[in-house]
Design a protein around this ligand. Sequence first.
Ligand code: NI
Length: 160
Amino acid sequence: MAILNIVKEGDPTLRKVCRPVTEITPRILQLLDDMAETLVEANGAGLAAPQVGILRRICLVDTGEEIVELINPEIIEREGEQEEVEGCLSLPDVWGYTQRPAKVKVRAMNRYGETFEIEGEGLNARCFCHELDHLDGHLFTDRTVHILTPDEVKEMMGDD
Ligand code: NI
């Protein structure tokens, strides 16, 4: 396993549309393992392959219970809406209120090539949407309704 470099905003990789995975190769399995290690080390909620420079439709979401590996994921159901603060490992100092569905259902493939479905609400719904957006070259700031000011960030972090 290896810790991968997370590219930052401005890197053209983050704006590309990723290609589907057609075959689970040893290289893909290695990438999943490395991404999981990178996500844990970065203390993030999710990580998408383009963030580590790989233009494949792969992302990871930490649901709080487990790290879910999503290959070729699609949102197949969305319900309600929410507007909460989001951040991104590729935009380390930016936080903003972003509109997302309150609940989503995602269909994806796992590392064994099996199709599965997973639901997420609240933070997990935001995270699924955010990570899937990365696979189409979208950053959360494309959808942000308000970017937090430095004072608002301090307040959120409890630094006062
Ligand atoms: Ni992100």
